[in-house]
Each structure stands twice: as structure tokens, then as C-alpha cells.
Write a protein of this length. Structure first.
Length: 233
């Protein structure tokens, strides 16, 4: 009951008819994020694209300047010198066939997976397992690379992958409710900069249609799109 009352009280503070300035939206978000844990802050963006068309797919990754506020467990499929490079960079799990067997057995104690290109034949055997969970290495987001040291460092530093869904919507985490509003704003501006740069040449009309921010248990708060675009340099 208490949880229900909190949610009702939080929703009552948010005017769904208003597109808030980003700074005001984040101040309000922190005010209504009252769960008994440090909630994740997410951004939802509706794009003016048709994901059904291959040339209008929006996908990529960005390293947030202030990270995500959590430890990221990184797994690397590599052998030899590249395995050593991954270990030196701080990867949590490094291996090849042994890791494939563990994953086939139902083990998923990691948040992101990286692979060297020569390992993709092996990794492909578990593509149907990793793919639905968003864990399949992909060259488009920099997780299939021989520069494994850099890939591990970026993942540990707060690298966020984004991909437009069928409805033309992108969801991405940008930090924790415990972050101050300015820190969250910096992360959001970096994400929006990446999304704008990823605009397909074939996309017509308005590209950024709607933006909202929310915490894990909090209501969505609409953000003024023009104001966000002005913040992106």
C-alpha cells in the first residue's frame, strides 16, 4: 500500500501536459525518485524513422562522460595475446570454448560481451542465446574488435549501446538517481549528440519527436526537444 501511495504522490507532481526544460525535468525526477534503492535513470526517445527499412536503422554506442554508476561485468572471447590484453584491461571473464560451454549451460553472470573477429565463428554457436538478451558482440557498437583493451575500458567506463525498436523508440540508461542533475544532464547530452549524429540520411521530417526521462519506479517526464537540441554542440 505504501508503495502505491508513493507512486500516486510521485505522479501527482508531474504535469504530463508539459514539456519540461531538461534541467527542470531532472530536478523533478530526483524529487519523485523515492524508492528504497538507487534507481536507474532512463531516457526514452521517439525518432522519426522507420526501423523496418534497413537504411533507417539507428544503432550505435556512446561512452557517457560520468558513467552509469554501477560496476559493469565484462566478458571477452579471445585467445593468446588478446586474451592477456583483455585481462590486463580489467575484463572480468576471458576465454573461448570454456566460456561458450558455460553459457550453453545457462550461465549469464556478465553485462556485456566483447570478441575478437577471429572468435566470431565460435561465438556464433551461441548467437541464438546471446542475441535475445542483447549480449551478442557486434562490430557496429565496437564489441567485435582486435582493440580489446580499449573496448574493455570503454565498457567499464560507462559505454551505452542503443538501438531503435520497431516503434521507432530508443531506450537507454544514463545513470543513477543519486547523480546530481548536472551530471545526469551531461550524460543525456552525450547520448543525444550520438543519436543526432546517427540520423539516417534517408530519414524525412522531424527526427527527434519526443524525449522523456524516468527513474526505475518513477513516472515519465516529458522533456522539451528544442531545448535539448540547443544543448547539443
Amino acid at each position: 500500500m505504501a508503495t502505491g501511495k508513493k507512486r500516486i504522490a510521485a505522479k501527482s507532481k508531474v504535469d504530463r501536459s508539459v514539456n519540461y526544460a531538461l534541467s527542470d525535468a531532472l530536478t523533478l525526477l530526483k524529487e519523485v525518485a523515492n524508492a528504497n534503492f538507487d534507481e536507474t535513470v532512463d531516457v526514452t526517445v521517439r525518432l522519426g524513422v522507420d526501423p523496418r527499412k534497413a537504411d533507417q536503422m539507428v544503432r550505435g554506442a556512446v561512452v557517457l562522460p560520468h558513467g552509469l554508476g554501477k560496476q559493469v561485468r565484462v566478458l571477452v572471447f579471445a585467445k593468446g595475446e588478446k586474451a592477456q590484453e583483455a585481462q590486463q584491461a580489467g575484463a572480468d571473464f576471458v576465454g573461448a570454448e570454456d566460456l561458450v560451454e558455460k553459457i550453453q549451460g545457462g550461465w549469464f553472470e556478465f553485462d556485456t560481451a566483447i570478441a575478437t573477429p577471429d572468435m566470431m565463428g565460435l561465438v556464433g554457436k551461441i548467437g541464438r542465446i546471446l542475441g535475445p538478451r542483447g549480449l551478442m558482440p557486434n562490430p557496429k557498437v565496437g564489441t567485435v574488435t582486435f582493440d580489446v583493451g580499449r573496448a574493455v575500458n570503454e565498457s567499464k567506463s560507462g559505454k551505452v549501446e542503443y538501438r531503435v525498436e520497431k516503434a521507432g523508440i530508443v531506450h537507454a540508461p544514463v545513470g543513477k538517481a543519486s547523480f546530481d542533475a548536472a551530471t545526469l544532464q551531461d550524460n543525456i547530452v552525450s547520448l543525444m549528440d550520438a543519436l543526432i549524429k546517427a540520423k539516417p540520411a534517408t530519414a524525412k521530417g522531424t527526427y527527434l519527436k519526443k524525449i522523456s526521462v524516468s527513474s526505475t519506479m518513477g513516472p515519465g517526464i516529458f522533456v522539451d526537444v528544442a531545448g535539448v537540441q540547443a544543448l547539443v554542440k
